[in-house]
Write a protein that binds this ligand. Structure first.
Ligand code: AP5
Length: 182
């Protein structure tokens, strides 16, 4: 089973849901930059307040901050890692490539979860997180298209990208992912 992984997809595609299932079953470290940033917000720190402002608009927080969050954690992994929500633009992807070269842990596969917008919006509105309202979802989708989706081509050219249909039951999607990584 491949265990140095990246899950990519639009907001609501099911990255977090599938990453949790995979990491629990295969004992891999799960790094969700969204969750790590929400932890910072919950801590009530000064940084957390600034981060909350950005997240609540559906914008991206700075590359430097996100990279610093991921870097220290990746270095200390033992049984593999799964990045969920990072990288989110070409600059972050280039930084990740450099970091992985430095620690000699090449990325083994990128799972790209695909699903039409109409279903994403329904899922997110039903979840109702702080950044799950129509206006912010529209901005998150716009940013995904502009900044994150070019990474699909970036990793496809490296021959490590696998497309997964995210518009199916959670266990069906999980089976497809396991098959793709097995
Ligand atoms: P982040 O937390 O990464 O949010 P996101 O990418 O918008 O993703 P979501 O958590 O909304 O969706 P998901 O694909 O994980 O789906 P999930 O499994 O939760 O980022 C939030 C913010 O943090 C960003 O906007 C940005 O500000 C900042 N940020 C994070 N990373 C950053 C970075 N690298 N650089 C800069 N800024 C960064 O599922 C969604 C819902 O659907 C759930 O309710 C779930 O139960 C349901 N669901 C899942 N799968 C299915 C299914 N198959 N069928 C039915 N329902 C399903």
């Amino acid at each position: 089973m491949k265990k140095k992984l990246l899950f990519i997809g639009p907001p609501g595609a099911g990255k977090g849901t599938q990453a949790n299932l995979f990491c629990t079953k295969y004992k891999v470290d799960h790094f969700s930059t969204g969750d790590l940033l929400r932890d910072e917000v919950s801590s009530g720190s000064e940084l957390g307040l600034k981060v909350a402002e950005v997240m609540n608009k559906g914008e991206l927080v700075s590359d430097e901050l996100v990279l610093s969050i991921v870097q220290g954690r990746l270095i200390n992994t033992k049984n593999g890692w799964l990045l969920d929500g990072f990288p989110r633009n070409v600059n972050q992807a280039n930084s990740l490539t450099k970091l992985l070269e430095k620690i000699n842990q090449p990325l083994e596969a990128v799972i790209s979860i695909k699903i039409p917008d109409i279903y994403l919006i329904k899922r997110l509105l039903a979840r109702g997180r702080e950044d799950d309202n129509e206006e912010v979802i529209a901005n998150r989708l716009k940013i995904y298209r502009e900044k994150t989706s070019p990474l699909i081509d970036f990793y496809s050219k490296q021959g490590i990208l696998v497309d997964i249909d995210g518009n199916a039951d959670i266990d069906v999607v999980f089976s497809c992912i396991q098959k793709a990584l097995g």
